[in-house]
Design a protein around this ligand. Structure first.
Ligand code: PCA
Length: 219
């Protein structure tokens, strides 16, 4: 009998808000077909669109049956990799998504819980990144735009459909080429983000339960 293929699913987003690139997809796509911790990496590109993001994610999970899902998105203005602790059942968009929708104070999933915690070992991942000199923080808000919505859909699917799946969300800073005309705005090169993804995935696959460490980010 052949063993189940051991796989990890990484996702990144389409550009949005007038950008021509989204560094999350630029990083994630570089790991497609790689092996990390004995697992084959699948990569899915997710539209920055409230209504279209979840079906694409859920189809990719059903197809690849990963042990771990790490969704990645751009958080312009943040200076570090941020490991998201929580996803909330609220869509409140400052700008239109790529489909033209701009929900205001809507639930992501009507009737679902107010919030879910990521079931990843985020403190161990934080420590692993910082040990390798990659700036990283815990975040307790993924915002209320499409990234939070995708993180919420993922957590809801884990809670209801795939209880043995581990999954969560990582926000990354702008790439250097996005900040050339934004003086003072922090950025992180895609090669560092790719290295951070390798470290985070390897750590998440090999750590359970999480480490008990104080948070670094206060929000
Ligand atoms: N960042 C947005 C959505 C897509 C992305 O990369 C967010 O933080 O919600």
């Amino acid at each position: 009998m052949s063993a189940e293929p051991r796989t990890v699913l990484l996702t990144g987003f389409d550009p949005f808000g007038g950008e021509t690139h989204n560094p999350s997809w630029d990083a994630v796509r570089q790991l497609r077909g790689a092996r990390i911790g004995g697992h084959l990496i699948h990569a899915s590109r997710i539209p920055t669109d409230f209504s279209r993001c979840a079906p694409i994610l859920l189809r990719a999970i059903a197809r690849h049956r990963p042990r771990l899902v790490l969704c990645v998105g751009q958080a312009g203005g943040r200076s570090a990799i941020t490991l998201e602790r929580v996803a909330i059942n609220c869509a409140d968009a400052r700008i239109r998504d790529n489909g033209g929708a701009q929900p205001v104070d809507q639930p992501v999933i009507a009737g679902a819980p107010a919030a879910y915690f990521a079931n990843l070992p985020i403190k161990a991942m934080l420590e692993a990144l910082r040990e390798r000199d990659i700036p990283a923080e815990i975040s307790s808000s993924a915002g209320t735009f499409v990234c939070n919505a995708l993180a919420f859909h993922l957590a809801h699917a884990i809670a209801n459909r795939w209880p043995s799946l581990r999954g969560g969300f990582m926000h990354i800073p702008y790439a250097p080429q996005q900040v050339t005309a934004r003086p003072g705005m922090p950025s992180m090169s895609t090669s560092i983000v790719v290295e951070a993804l390798r470290i985070a995935v390897r750590c998440a696959l090999s750590t359970a339960p999480d480490r008990q460490l104080p948070a670094v980010r206060a929000d």
